[in-house]
Design a protein around this ligand. Sequence first.
Ligand SMILES: Cc1cc2nc3c(=O)[nH]c(=O)nc-3n(C[C@H](O)[C@H](O)[C@H](O)COP(=O)(O)O)c2cc1C
Length: 215
Amino acid sequence: MHVLIINGSPRVKKYSNTNAILEKFTEGLCENGTTFEQYEISDKNSWDQIRQSYDRNTIILVALPLYVESIPGLLIEFLETLTPKSDGSKMVFLLQGGFMEGVQLRCGEACLKIIADKLGCEYMGTLVKGDNFCIRFFEGEWRENITGAYADMGREFAAHGNFNSKACKKFTGPETIPFFVRIHVGHILNTQAKTGFEQMAAVLDCNKPLDYKPY
Ligand SMILES: Cc1cc2nc3c(=O)[nH]c(=O)nc-3n(C[C@H](O)[C@H](O)[C@H](O)COP(=O)(O)O)c2cc1C
C-alpha cells in the first residue's frame, strides 16, 4: 500500500504538531512495507505538486489540526482547488486538537466526511484526538509520551486501511471531562494560567488588558 499524506496545518513543518504526530504515525505505518509520500499545505509553492500527487494516488490521508473548532481556512482553500475524483480513491483523516475533549472535534469530523464525498472519494474514517497543545514545546521523552501512541494507530491503519477499528475509536479518549475537573481547570485558567498569559503579553509589548473587547 502507498499512502499520500497531506499535512493540512497552516503552521510550517518545523513547528507543526501535526508533523510531529505524523512522524510517529508513519513509523508504525511503514513497519510492514507500506510506503508514503508527505506534503505540507503550509508550503504554498508545493500545491501544484500535491495536486499532481492527489491525482496519481488512490489512498489519501489528510492530517489536520482543529482551528477555532473547525478546519483551518488554508486547508479549505487548498481542498477547493482539487478536482473531484472518479477512480475509486479512498480518503481518511487524522484530526487532532489542543483541548482534550473528543466532543469538540466531532463537528470537524462531520465536515471531513462531507469533503471526502464532495471529492468523489470513499470516506474511510477519521482518527480523532485532542490534548496535543504541548507537543511542540517538548522534546525527547516528553514529546514521545504524547505522540508515541500514534505509532500504534499507524499500525492499525496499515492493517485495516481505515480508522474504523475499535482501537481507533478508543484512541479519542474521553468525549467530555468530568464536571469537577472542568471546575478545577477553570480555576487554574483564571489564576495561574492568567498570570502566565499576562506575563507573555507584557514580553510582547501588549499594552491592553487580555480581556479587552474593542468591538
Ligand atoms: C488559531 C488556532 C485555533 C485553535 N483552535 C482550537 C480549537 O478550537 N480547539 C482545539 O482543541 N484546539 C485548537 N487549537 C490548538 C491546535 O489544534 C493544536 O495546538 C494543534 O496541535 C496544532 O497543530 P499544528 O501545530 O500542526 O497546527 C487552535 C490553535 C490555533 C493556532
